[in-house]
Write a protein of this length. Structure first.
Length: 478
C-alpha cells in the first residue's frame, strides 16, 4: 500500500506530499521507518498543498491542483449552521442547507439552471452542523456556478410547494428514525453530552419543521450564509479569484446565541459515570454509545487520537471488533474521536443482541483499561498508521473527496503545509503516545453510556456502571 501511495505522489497528483513516502516500500514497521526518516534527516518539500487567497470582500479561495481535464470540482462553504437555530426552530439551517439547489433563479431553480449548462450542484450540512458545504461539478470554469449560487443566497426565493414537499418528506424520515435504535442512540448520546446548546441536534425535529416558514428561511439565508465569509475551493487552472472579487462584501447578521469556539483545554469531561437506558419496546437489538467529552480540532493529541481510534475500533483488525465478534456480542463496532470546532468527544458505537448488552459494555470498558495499563503492540500501530496514510491517498485520488480536506486549511486557520505535518505526526506516533492518550481520554471510570433497546429484554443490573436513568424513546429525539 505504501508503494501505491508513493507512486501516486511521484506521479504528480499530489507532489507536495511525495517526501512523506518511499518508493517501493514494503509493508510493516520497517517500511514506516524507511518511508519517513527520523526528524533530523527528514527532507520534505515545503510548497503549500494549495494557495489560499483572501479577497477584499471577505471571500477566501483555496486554489487546488486538479489533474482531470474533463470535469472540474469545486466546493463552497457558507455559514448556514445548526448552532445558530433559534429555540423552537432547531433544524431550520439543515432545511435551508438541503433546499439550496431549489432556490429560484429567474423562472428556474438553481439546480435546473446549472444543469442546463452541463453543471451540477448538491448541498449538505457538514462538520457536525457547523457550516454548509455546496459542491459543484462543471465541464469548465466553476466561477459561473459559484457566482450564481452566492447571488441566489443573497436574494433567496423558494416555491411554497418545494418547502412543503421537503417538510413532508423530512417528517416521514423522522417517523422511520424513531424506530431505529442506532439513530436514537446517536441522538440520545449527543443530547446527553451537549445538553445546553444546538450541538445536541442530530436531525431536524418534526415539531420544529412544521413551524418554519418561507420568511424564516429567507432570513436564514440572508443573515447567516455570509457569516463567516464563504470559503471556495476550486481548481487553480481557472483562476476564479478575479470573478469572485467583483462580488460586494455580504452584509450578514450572525445570531447572538451562536456558541463561541471552545478551546480544547476547556473541554472538561463528565467526572462521574452515567447510564442512560432508552426504552424502545419490541426492538430486537440494542444500540450502544459509550464515551465522554475529549478534545477538539486544535488539540496536540489529534494525530495520536486518530491512530488510537483505528487501533481500538476501526476495521476488522481492530481490538474491539475482534473481541466483540469472537464472543458473539456484535458483528461490527466503531470507535473514534469527533474532534472538530464544536463537537469534541470520544465514542464507541455498536449494535448488540439485547441479552449481551451488559457483557458487551463490560468488555469495552475492560479494553479501555488495558490500553491505559499496557503498551500497544508495534504491529497494531503500524496497521493503524498505514490505514490513515492510505485513506488520505485514496481521498486525494478523487478531486471531489480532497476538496473538504483543502477547505479545512482556511476554515480552521491552519498553515498551508498542515496536511504534510499531520501525516508526519501520524507516522511518528509511539506506543507511549498511545498509552498516554488512552489514559487521558478513554473513559474507564467515567463512561457516559447510552443503550437503546427493549429495556425488559435487556434486563440486568446497570447500576454497576454508574447512575442509571431510564427514558422513553420519544425523549431521545424531542
Amino acid at each position: 500500500m505504501f508503494a501505491r501511495a508513493a507512486r501516486y505522489f511521484q506521479a504528480g497528483s499530489c507532489p507536495w506530499l511525495y517526501g512523506v513516502l518511499y518508493q517501493g516500500a514494503s509493508s510493516g514497521k520497517q517500511a514506516l521507518q524507511t518511508v519517513v526518516p527520523s526528524p533530523p534527516a527528514l527532507t520534505m518539500p515545503r510548497p503549500p498543498p494549495a494557495e489560499v487567497k483572501q479577497l477584499q470582500n471577505g471571500i477566501r479561495i483555496v486554489e487546488a491542483h486538479e489533474s482531470s481535464r474533463f470535469r472540474s470540482h469545486s466546493l463552497l462553504l457558507v455559514g448556514l449552521s445548526t448552532l445558530d437555530d433559534p429555540p423552537g426552530k432547531v433544524g431550520m439551517a439543515e432545511m435551508a442547507s438541503a433546499l439550496i439547489p431549489f432556490l429560484k433563479v429567474g423562472n428556474d431553480t438553481l439546480q435546473d439552471r446549472l444543469s442546463a449548462g452541463d453543471a451540477s450542484i448538491s448541498s449538505e450540512m457538514r462538520y457536525g452542523g457547523d457550516c454548509t458545504a455546496i459542491r459543484f461539478t462543471d465541464t469548465g470554469s466553476p466561477a459561473g456556478s459559484i457566482l450564481m449560487t452566492i447571488r441566489a443566497l443573497a436574494n433567496p426565493d423558494l416555491e411554497p410547494a418545494t418547502l412543503s414537499n421537503w417538510v413532508a418528506n423530512a417528517v416521514l424520515r423522522n417517523q422511520q428514525r424513531q424506530n431505529d435504535p442506532s439513530w436514537l442512540a446517536e441522538s440520545a448520546f449527543r443530547r446527553h453530552l451537549y445538553a445546553n446548546d444546538n450541538r445536541q441536534c442530530v436531525w431536524a425535529e418534526s415539531s420544529a419543521l412544521n413551524t418554519i416558514t418561507a420568511a424564516d428561511l429567507r432570513a436564514c439565508y440572508c443573515g447567516r450564509a455570509a457569516a463567516p465569509a464563504p470559503i471556495v475551493t476550486a481548481p487553480s487552472r481557472y483562476r476564479i479569484a478575479a470573478a469572485l472579487a467583483e462580488l460586494p462584501r455580504a452584509q450578514s447578521h450572525p445570531p447572538a446565541n451562536r456558541i463561541a469556539a471552545p478551546s480544547w483545554r476547556h473541554s472538561a469531561s463528565f467526572p462521574s459515570p452515567q447510564v442512560l437506558l432508552v426504552d424502545l419496546p419490541g426492538s430486537n437489538r440494542a444500540s450502544l454509545c459509550i464515551g465522554n467529552l475529549a478534545f477538539d480540532r486544535y488539540s496536540p493529541d489529534y494525530a495520536t487520537g486518530a491512530v488510537l481510534g483505528r487501533i481500538l475500533g476501526y476495521g476488522q483488525s481492530s481490538r474491539l471488533h475482534i473481541l466483540l465478534r469472537s464472543k458473539g456480542y456484535a458483528y461490527t463496532v466503531f470507535a473514534g474521536f469527533s474532534a472538530e470546532r464544536y463537537l469534541q468527544h470520544f465514542a464507541v458505537k455498536s449494535d448488540v443482541d439485547p441479552r449481551t448488552a451488559i457483557p458487551a459494555v463490560s468488555a469495552i470498558l475492560d479494553e479501555f483499561r488495558r490500553l491505559g495499563e499496557s503498551v500497544a503492540k508495534d504491529e497494531e500501530i503500524t496497521t493503524a498508521q498505514a490505514g490513515i496514510v492510505t485513506a488520505f491517498v485514496q481521498a486525494n485520488d478523487s478531486a471531489s473527496e480532497s476538496l473538504p480536506l483543502l477547505a479545512e486549511i482556511p476554515r480552521y486557520g491552519l498553515p498551508p503545509t498542515y496536511w504534510t505535518s499531520y501525516l508526519h505526526s501520524v507516522i511518528h506516533v509511539t506506543p507511549q503516545d498511545i498509552r498516554a492518550v488512552s489514559v487521558r481520554y478513554l473513559p474507564c471510570c467515567n463512561a457516559q453510556i447510552v443503550v437503546v433497546g427493549d429495556v425488559k429484554a435487556i434486563g440486568g443490573s446497570w447500576d454497576r456502571f454508574g447512575h442509571v436513568r431510564v427514558i422513553p424513546a420519544s425523549a431521545a429525539f424531542s
